[in-house]
Design a protein around this ligand. Structure first.
Ligand code: MG
Length: 320
C-alpha cells in the first residue's frame, strides 16, 4: 500500500516517539501557571517527551500561547493589576503589545479553578508568550529533542472569535517552519478543519485528532467540529479519525476503554488521552496500553512510568 506523505510523516513521528509519549499539559498546569514560559521550563526540568500547549492569534498576526479565546478572568490581571471581573477581550482583538500588558502568572485566589490546582506555584508577572518564545526556551535549555503538541483554539460555532481555519492553520505553520521544528511538532485540534489544512499545506507536520463528547455527541446530530466526517457513517470515533486521514487520536481519558484502545490500534492509530492526573488513573490508562499520556502533573506521570521501567527523556533544566 502506498502511504500518503502525511501518513508517512505520522508513522515516522510514531516511530520516533515509540518509547512512550509523556506530555506536559499546558506545560505543567498542576505545578506552574498554565501555558507560560515558567510552566514549560518546569516541564523541561522534569523531563517530558512533549510540551502540550494551546494557541491563539493576535489582531496583528502573532501566534501566542493561550487556552481561551478571551482572556480568562480566573487567571488574568489587567495592566492595572486588578483581576478581570468577567471574560476579557478576545485575544484576536488585541495587538500583541496590548496582550503582554496582562499578567497570567497566578490563579485568582479563592476561585474554583484555583481549588483544582492547589500545588500550582504562582509566578507573578508571567505574560502570555509567543509560540516562538516556547521554541526558543527549549533551545536555551539545550533540548533539541522535545516535541511540541500545539492546539489550534478555534471553535467552528464561534467563527467571529478567531481567524478562520485556513488562516489560523497557516499562521501556526509559518511559525513552526521558521523555528525549524516541523518534524518535532504535532498540530492538534477539536476542529478537524484545521488538521485538513495542515495536511494539505504542511504535510511534514503530523496531526492529532482531539475528541470529546461535546464535539462528537454519541448518537447525536452531525458535528460541525469534524470537517464533514460523521459518526453515523463510521460508527466509532477511532474509525472517524482513520477516515479523516489521522494517525493519532487524543480522547478524554474518561471516555476510553480497553476495547476502544484495541480498535484504534487495529486501525493503526496511536492513542494519547488527556488529561490524566491521578496516579490511579495513570496506572489504569497504562494498563489499557495507551501510547502516551497528557498530564497537568508530568512529574507524577513520570514517576509511574519510571516504576514500570518505561524509557524516559532526560530532564533539561534551564539553570546550568
Ligand atoms: Mg490543549
Amino acid at each position: 500500500m502506498r502511504l500518503t506523505r502525511s501518513r508517512g510523516v505520522a508513522a515516522l513521528f510514531m516511530t520516533a516517539a515509540a518509547a512512550f509519549d509523556l506530555q506536559g499539559h499546558r506545560g505543567a498546569r498542576g505545578l506552574a501557571p498554565e501555558n507560560t514560559l515558567p510552566a514549560f521550563a518546569r516541564a523541561l526540568a522534569i523531563g517530558v517527551t512533549t510540551l502540550e500547549l494551546d494557541c491563539a492569534v493576535t489582531r496583528d498576526g502573532v501566534v501566542v500561547v493561550a487556552h481561551d479565546r478571551r482572556l480568562n478572568p480566573d487567571i488574568t490581571r489587567g495592566p492595572d493589576g486588578r483581576w478581570l471581573d468577567g471574560p476579557g477581550p478576545l485575544i484576536g482583538s488585541l495587538d500583541y503589545a496590548e496582550l503582554v500588558r496582562y499578567d497570567v502568572g497566578r490563579i485568582r485566589p479563592g476561585s474554583g479553578y484555583g481549588k483544582r490546582f492547589p500545588d500550582q506555584v504562582p509566578v507573578d508577572g508571567a505574560r502570555i508568550p509567543r509560540l516562538a518564545d516556547v521554541f526558543a526556551l527549549a533551545r536555551r535549555a539545550g533540548n533539541d529533542t522535545v516535541r511540541f503538541n500545539i492546539e489550534t483554539k478555534i471553535d467552528p460555532t464561534q467563527p467571529a472569535d478567531t481567524l478562520g481555519a485556513e488562516d489560523f492553520a497557516r499562521a501556526l505553520v509559518k511559525v513552526v517552519r521558521a523555528a525549524g521544528t516541523a518534524r518535532r511538532t504535532t498540530i492538534q485540534s477539536f476542529d478537524w478543519r484545521t488538521l485538513k489544512v495542515v495536511q494539505a499545506k504542511a504535510p511534514e507536520i503530523a496531526t492529532v485528532y482531539l475528541s470529546a463528547a461535546d464535539t462528537i455527541p454519541p448518537g447525536g446530530a452531525d458535528s460541525p467540529w469534524t470537517a464533514g466526517v460523521h459518526l453515523r457513517d463510521h460508527g466509532s470515533v477511532p474509525a472517524m479519525v482513520k477516515a479523516a486521514g489521522g494517525a493519532i487520536w487524543s480522547p478524554p481519558f474518561g471516555e476510553l476503554a480497553p476495547a476502544l484502545v484495541a480498535e484504534a490500534h487495529r486501525l493503526g492509530l496511536a492513542v494519547i488521552p488527556w488529561t490524566v492526573n491521578a496516579p490511579a488513573d495513570i496506572e489504569r490508562l497504562l494498563d489499557f496500553g495507551v501510547d502516551g499520556i497528557i498530564s497537568d502533573y508530568p512529574d507524577r506521570a513520570r514517576a509511574t512510568l519510571a516504576a514500570r521501567g518505561i524509557a524516559l527523556p532526560a530532564p533539561t533544566p534551564l539553570e546550568h
